[in-house]
Every structure is written in structure tokens, then in C-alpha cells.
Write a protein that binds this ligand. Structure first.
Ligand code: S3P
Length: 182
């Protein structure tokens, strides 16, 4: 049987839309036999609404308030989780404090053009509608991601499997991903 691991504290994957956070988290979780949660998917299920509808009905401000609440909830779970966060998580100071205090934060770096080529369904991303605006938003956020990240992995030209392997090794190296006792 393959080796089984456990997290010693929560791990948060952050980065711009299209960085591959959700897919990388799933892959690491599968390879390590740990649990991962996609914050946006959890939020949609909890609220019973799609993100694009929350934006349309409550605006970005409404969405951000729910996002912070969900982050608090996931960060406080007894069994630490691998959490893939929405790209805008770093725009709220409260979120950055939660990320930094509670877990290890991994920034998956991508530029807006590569991100656009990876995103198949733009309609589900209300803040990625136009490439010029996405380039600006991505540049604005880069220092915010870097400020809260414990480590950054550049995803340019890398497959999900390669990036996931790098995350896996980084977590092991830092003692956040440990082999479970038999
Ligand atoms: C957002 C990113 C999205 C989602 C929402 C807002 C952002 O998540 O949370 O549309 O502000 O960058 P992904 O990064 O998973 O696309």
C-alpha cells in the first residue's frame, strides 16, 4: 500500500484565478491520502447559490463577507485541511491574518495570460471577464500574495502533476505533511 500522510496544520493554496489551486490541491490530497477542500465549492454548497449569482445578488462586498466566514470555519477544523482558496482571498486584511496565523500558505504563481489559456469556463468567474482588466488585477495582487505566502511556486509552463509534486515535497520538507504512524 502507498504511504499515508497527515497534515500537522492547515495548508492554504493561494494565487490568481487559473493558477491551478483546485486541481493541485486535489492531486496532492490524492497522492498523500489527506483531505482537501475547495473554499469556493464549499461556499457554494453552504450558501446554496453559485458564486456568479452571489456576485449578481449581493455584489462583491456580499461575497467577500461570506468568503471570510467560510475561511474562518475551514481554518478552525480539528483535523487540518488542505484548502484551495479563491483568488481574491488576499484582498481582505482579515483573511490575510487568518491565513498567516493558522496555517502554511503556498502561493501558486501564474500570469494573467497563461491563466486565461487555462480557464475553460469564464462565465463562472465574474472577475475574469476581460484580459486587460485581469492583467491589471493580477499585477495588483502579486504583492498581496507574496506578502502572506510562506512559499511561492511558479506554475509557468508546468503541468498540474509537476506543480503538485513540488507542493508535496515542500510540505514534507517543512514538516507540515508527515507520515501517519502505522
Ligand atoms: C475570485 C476568484 C474566484 C472566486 C471569485 C472571486 C477573485 O476563485 O472566488 O470569482 O477575486 O479572484 P478562483 O481563483 O478559484 O477562480
Amino acid at each position: 500500500m502507498s504511504e499515508r500522510y497527515e497534515l500537522t496544520r492547515p495548508v492554504f493554496l493561494i494565487g490568481f484565478m487559473g493558477a491551478g489551486k483546485t486541481s493541485v490541491a486535489r492531486r496532492v490530497a490524492r497522492d498523500a491520502g489527506i483531505a482537501s477542500v475547495d473554499l469556493d465549492t464549499y461556499l457554494e454548497r453552504r450558501e446554496g447559490r453559485r458564486i456568479k449569482d452571489i456576485f449578481a445578488e449581493d455584489g462583491e462586498e456580499g461575497f467577500r463577507a461570506i468568503e471570510t466566514d467560510v475561511l474562518e470555519e475551514l481554518a478552525a477544523k480539528d483535523d487540518p485541511l488542505l484548502v484551495s482558496c479563491g483568488g481574491g482571498i488576499v484582498t481582505q486584511a482579515r483573511n490575510c491574518a487568518i491565513l498567516a496565523e493558522r496555517g502554511l500558505v503556498v502561493h501558486l504563481r501564474v500570469d494573467a495570460d497563461e491563466a486565461a489559456s487555462r480557464i475553460s469556463d469564464m462565465s463562472s468567474r465574474p472577475l475574469f471577464q476581460d484580459i486587460e482588466a485581469a492583467r491589471r488585477r493580477c499585477a495588483e495582487r502579486l504583492p498581496q500574495y507574496e506578502a502572506v505566502a510562506d512559499l511561492t511556486i511558479d506554475t509557468a509552463g508546468k503541468s498540474i502533476a509537476v506543480t503538485a509534486g513540488k507542493v508535496f515535497h515542500a510540505l514534507k520538507e517543512r514538516g507540515v505533511l508527515c507520515q501517519r504512524p502505522e
